[in-house]
Design a protein around this ligand. Structure first.
Ligand SMILES: Cc1ncc(COP(=O)(O)O)c(C=O)c1O
Length: 391
């Protein structure tokens, strides 16, 4: 039985070109901080990768910092901006702790560092989305306080795919002199990004979501934005992120992203065609017993979150796995049972919808034939479960 991987929002297969580059560079062992020839050889690879990223993402190379992934990029931007605001308040003799705005639908790599800052005394407002998972600019505007130092709103949601109005929210932040961060992990390689055209100060990226290797990421920090590094030590990344760089992973990362951006419109069209065909086939069979979760149009091309109303998430995922289809729920597994996803809860969906939600996410290697075959297997599961309950 052919395995069908429909969990590209969790992680993606390594692109063969990225793999080739990494294998070719695996023997480059020089420390990029060493001034001798071996070091310079490693340094040149990093510099070249940074320049290529800058050209693809519409920013300058000095504004890009390599990290260990999306989580570290998010933590660096959030703690970095928060500490800078805290130091400034101290210098100004203020005893008021800075205020942070985020949303209830962020990835845990944003929610948890902000919870940590809250424990230390920062005040926090968490803006709620609408039923389609979208955050409104006006709701963010209403949350701004005199001491707001940071707004963190993701670009595209990893669970339901809904896109956020980052341009409008970033503009608002800029007008009020507030630092703006966006978690763009799911957007990299699936949509056009021109960082200098977006009114943002920080953006987080991760390689393994875009057919690059795991354990490597990128942080965009706009020139002039005030922040403190998270990891202290050596003077790598212009003293903004200590630690000897993973040269081969950086080279694989840029190669993978280049593959996506060199054929972005074809890639998007293909993903949308597969996703929409899958959805239409599900709708044809399940009729009004299947619903789409998330925004119907303002969404990432690769994510489809649906509720198959008669089948609990856990049952569906287990049966899908046995049938060779890899999908996911945004739910955390605690003590052997699934908790309802915080994103679906924040969207205030009906309990029946939350308890039956499954996320299918598409990417490299998926075909329309696979999507059709996956729906056939889902239909088989539904029929088997139905005949069991009718017995
Ligand atoms: C939206 C979003 N942000 C952050 C992350 C964390 O990225 P990483 O696994 O590279 O730390 C993920 C990965 O699940 C994600 O989907």
């Amino acid at each position: 039985m052919e395995r069908i991987y429909l969990d590209h929002a969790a992680t993606t297969p390594l692109h063969p070109d990225a793999s080739d580059v990494m294998m070719r560079l695996a023997h480059i062992y020089g420390n990029p901080s060493s001034v001798h020839a071996s070091g310079r050889e490693a340094r040149a690879i990093i510099n070249q990768a940074r320049d290529r990223f800058a050209a693809m993402l519409g920013c300058s190379a000095q504004e890009l910092i390599f990290t260990s992934g999306g989580s570290e990029s998010n933590n660096t931007a959030i703690f970095g901006a928060a500490w800078a605001a805290w130091f400034k308040a101290k210098r100004d003799g203020s005893s008021i702790m800075p205020h942070i705005i985020t949303t209830t639908i962020e990835h845990h790599a944003v929610l948890h560092p902000i919870e940590q800052l809250e424990r230390l005394g920062f005040s926090v407002t968490r803006v709620e989305p609408d039923h389609e998972g979208q955050i409104s600019r006006d709701a963010v505007a209403a949350a701004i306080e005199p001491h707001t130092c940071l707004i963190s709103v993701m670009l595209g949601n990893n669970e339901v795919g809904t896109l956020q109005p980052i341009g409008a929210i970033g503009q608002l932040a800029r007008e009020r002199g507030i630092v703006m961060h966006t978690d763009a992990v799911q957007a990299l390689g699936t949509m056009e990004l021109n960082l200098h055209e977006l009114p943002i100060d920080f953006a987080s990226f991760s390689a393994h979501k875009v057919n690059g290797p795991k354990g490597i990421g990128l942080l965009y920090a706009r020139q002039g934005v005030q922040w403190e590094p998270l990891i202290h030590g050596g003077s790598q990344e212009r003293k903004r992120r200590a630690g000897t760089e993973n040269v081969a992973a950086i080279a694989g990362f840029v190669e993978a992203v280049q593959r996506s951006y060199s054929q972005l419109s074809d890639k998007r069209e293909e993903l949308i065609a597969i996703r929409d065909m899958f959805w239409e086939e599900l709708k044809q069979y399940f009729q009004d017993r299947v619903v789409l979760n998330g925004h119907p149009t303002e969404r990432l091309p690769h994510v489809l979150n649906v509720s198959l109303l008669d089948i609990p998430t856990e049952t569906m995922l287990m049966n899908l796995d046995m049938a060779g289809v890899m999908a996911a729920s945004g739910s955390a597994c605690t003590s052997g049972s699934l908790e309802v996803s915080h994103v679906l809860q924040a969207m205030k969906l009906e309990p029946e919808r939350m308890k039956t939600a499954v996320r299918f996410s598409f990417g490299l290697g998926n075909t329309k034939e696979q999507a059709h075959e996956a729906v056939e297997r889902i239909k088989g599961i539904a029929e088997r479960l139905r005949s069991r309950t009718n017995r």
